[in-house]
Design a protein around this ligand. Structure first.
Ligand code: T5A
Length: 239
């Protein structure tokens, strides 16, 4: 029997095993998965750094990731999505972000959760809904279906959505000296659609925080939510 026939006979079985493992329906480990979301310059990275330090000070094991990025494949996709000067179809942009996410979920996030660690992500699936669906206008149901393929159905225990007006976020980025990437260069109409998508997000574990407040007030509001989730997951694993 030619080699390609043997391979093609085995392939469907391997694929279905993979779907079962990544379906998100089975046990995913005893860690907690926290996500910080929001429009440009809302203070996500600043809050993630603070949360990591605070959780570590409490003796927790924490892994922080930033999307897109975090694995060699995801960093390569990030470069293409945000830095490449070539025009691209919006669908191509979508799949660059999803390729990055799929690799990050499988190689970093799921193993850390399985090991009982707390994972904090700077952006996750809600970014794709806000930017690629509301910003770019791609069809929501299709994007949600491809998102499930990328994440295997993994959903955060808590998503903190930071809200700031577009002008405030831009001013913060300018003040921080950030060089604009291709999405940040989009006009205010685009970024207003993104902000509104975040503001209207709802569902299990989604909490909105007014991020135009001083950093300390944002941190206090975030900590109240994070402590509730991590206390619950710690007690579940008997820590
Ligand atoms: N994207 C991403 C998609 O289109 N689809 C997707 O699926 C995904 C995952 C990523 C880009 O990719 C797009 C969205 C983005 O355009 P990025 O370079 O990773 O881009 O940058 P951002 O995630 O946008 O992060 P930014 O650095 O622009 O903003 P942050 O992290 O929200 O803000 P931060 O923490 O860097 O703070 C900015 C400045 O504000 C100050 C900080 O000190 C800093 O100087 N600050 C505050 N100042 C006053 N009061 C507060 N409360 C403050 N909090 C922070």
């Amino acid at each position: 029997m030619p080699a390609f026939t043997r391979a093609s006979k085995r392939a469907p079985r391997a694929r279905s095993l993979r779907l079962v493992r990544d379906s998100g329906l089975g046990p995913r480990g005893s860690g907690a998965f926290l996500v910080v979301e929001g429009p440009e310059g809302a203070g996500k990275s600043t809050l993630v750094k603070w949360l990591v330090a605070r959780l570590q000070a409490e003796g927790q094991r924490v892994v922080a990731v930033r999307e897109p990025g975090g694995t060699p494949i995801a960093e390569a996709a990030r470069k293409l999505a945000l830095k490449s000067r070539h025009d691209r179809a919006y669908g191509a942009e979508l799949f660059l972000f999803l390729a990055a996410r799929a690799d990050l979920v499988e190689r970093v996030i799921r193993p850390a959760l399985a090991d009982g660690q707390i994972v904090i992500a700077d952006r996750f699936g809600l970014s794709t809904i806000a930017y690629q669906v509301s910003g770019r206008g791609l069809p929501r149901a299709d994007v949600e279906a491809s998102l499930r393929v990328a994440t295997g159905g993994l959903t955060p225990d808590l998503t903190l959505v930071l809200d700031v007006p577009v002008a405030v976020g831009r001013e913060r980025q300018r003040h921080a000296g950030k060089v604009k990437d291709r999405i940040e260069r989009e006009n205010d109409t685009f970024h207003t659609r993104v902000r509104e998508a975040y503001r209207s997000a709802s569902g299990p574990g989604i909490v909105h925080i007014d991020a135009s407040q001083p950093k300390k007030a944002v941190q206090d509001a975030a900590w109240q939510e994070v402590a509730a989730v991590t206390t619950r997951t710690s007690s579940l694993r008997g820590a």
